[in-house]
Design a protein around this ligand. Structure first.
Ligand code: FES
Ligand SMILES: [Fe+2]
Length: 446
């Protein structure tokens, strides 16, 4: 293995002044988990659901986040509203299905009924409430702030927080050209896993583990030279050269199967690249840009580098968005209501042209981009399963995430050991430190 210069670390905006050790407490302490429900979740913008699931009056999604439940809905006026999913009679959950479409939302306990804009419209036997019945105008569902970005609905409980775009800082501009809202949703999965929700985020904030547990990546990406971005409010990013190989390892003479496919996809000849594997990245940029107009694909918003590379942004506190020109992945970690050792990972998969196969592009017969994930019509159903299902091979979230799932529960187990004091992070893991510095800031620990 050769030593190479790592990519740069770029700091955007203010960061907390000093770093504190990252001990096990934040991963295993119920008191810490409780405090997050007071100090972190109510004071952050949170990715709640996809616009496509609430884009008509009455369409709704229930976004459960730990002990909180939020009802996002399309209203009669064409807006998207978010309310706490808690009945203003005696506090029952108004809606219990994960997703659906109803003219109005009726609490199953005593039948109080709300419009999708939150207004209380029906109180059964209203005359049984003394003093002239219930003042319905005073008992609407309690609203949250809503903003839409990238076809995603974001909600916020804090009236003082800046707008989503301001709060995201430079991350919003980085993500905008990828237009996730124009991509097809090809997967909607949730895995129940035995780790703290922040351990998920840590996993997606460093590439140090990639050479060890994701050997397939050395045939597609050059992770050791990735450039790191640190943003205010705890967001982080990483930009990785794609359509290449890991340059820290011996460079192969022949194309890897992945690179072979990519060259064919855009009409190139793999035979031309014997002994020139490192030329492919730039050639793919050119091939993709040339192929765009012919295929009706618009790459005008992309720099050349972005036509070949992969970028990942972790939006504080719990949403990770990975983008390439033609596909994207959103992973969201949700805490358990009471157990710091459990969480849910949601994974949304997007493809820009899922129906276009390589055969359509290069005149050769290859599989479509990801044929297995393309729904026959409309939206794929949500699929929820456990980490055991993944480890047994009954479910997959793609090979890379399956590999992460194999290891991360053991990290959580290790956090409980008397033999563990605190993390020692390498330069590549600076995103983890940055994230937890901001976590400490929100938690009032500095
Ligand atoms: S708690 Fe909802 S109607 Fe009573
Ligand atoms: Fe990983």
């Amino acid at each position: 293995m050769v030593e190479i210069a790592p990519g740069p670390t770029r700091v955007h905006g203010a960061a907390p002044l000093e770093s504190r050790p990252i001990t096990a407490e934040r991963y295993i302490s119920p008191a810490w988990l409780d405090e997050e429900f007071e100090r972190v979740w109510p004071h952050s913008w949170l990715f709640a659901c996809l616009v496509r699931d609430v884009d008509e009056p009455g369409k709704y999604v229930v976004f459960d986040l730990g002990r909180e439940s939020i009802l996002v809905s399309g209203t009669a006026s064409g807006d998207i509203a978010a309310h706490f999913n808690v009945c203003q009679h005696r506090g029952a959950r108004v809606m219990t299905a994960r997703r659906g479409c109803e003219r109005s939302f009726t609490c199953p306990y005593h039948g109080w009924t709300y419009r999708p804009d939150g207004r209380l419209v029906v109180v059964p036997d209203n005359q049984r409430f003394t003093a002239g019945g219930v003042d319905r105008s005073a008992r609407s569902l309690k609203p949250l702030r809503v903003e839409v970005f990238l076809g995603m609905v974001w909600v916020c409980m804090d009236p003082e927080l800046p707008t989503l775009r301001e709060w995201m800082g430079g991350v919003a501009e980085r993500l905008e050209p990828y237009c996730l809202q124009g991509m097809t949703l090809t997967g909607d999965q949730t895995v129940d896993i035995a780790c703290n929700w922040k351990a998920v985020f840590d996993n997606f904030q460093e590439l140090y583990h990639v050479e060890h547990i994701h050997p397939q990546h050395e045939k597609m990406f050059d992770c050791p030279t990735a450039a790191i971005d640190l943003f205010a409010n705890g967001h982080t990013g990483v930009v990785i050269d794609g359509h290449t190989v890991n340059t820290r390892l011996p460079i192969p003479d022949e194309l890897t199967s992945y690179l072979d496919l990519q060259v064919r996809k855009f009409g190139g000849d793999p035979a031309e690249y014997y002994g020139r594997v490192l030329d492919i990245r730039e050639d793919v940029q050119k091939l993709r840009r040339e192929a765009g107009p012919r295929l009706g694909w618009d790459y005008d918003a992309f720099t050349d580098e972005r036509l070949s590379d992969i970028e990942q942004y972790n939006v504080f506190p719990n949403t990770m968005i990975t983008v390439q020109p033609d596909d994207a992945l959103v992973v969201r970690a949700r805490p358990d209501p009471t157990d710091p050792n459990r969480c849910l990972w949601d994974k949304f998969t997007f493809h820009r042209h899922p129906s276009v196969g390589v055969a359509d592009v290069a005149g050769v017969t290859y599989e479509p981009f990801d044929a297995r994930d393309v729904p026959a019509a409309g939206r794929p159903d949500h699929d929820q399963f456990t980490q055991e299902d993944v480890i047994a091979g009954h479910k997959t979230m793609t090979i890379t995430i399956d590999q992460d799932i194999h290891f991360i529960r053991d990290v959580q187990a290790g956090m409980h050991s008397r033999g563990f004091t605190d993390q020692l992070l390498c330069d590549d893991e600076v995103r983890i430190q940055h994230y937890h510095d901001w976590m400490d800031h929100y938690m009032g620990r500095r």
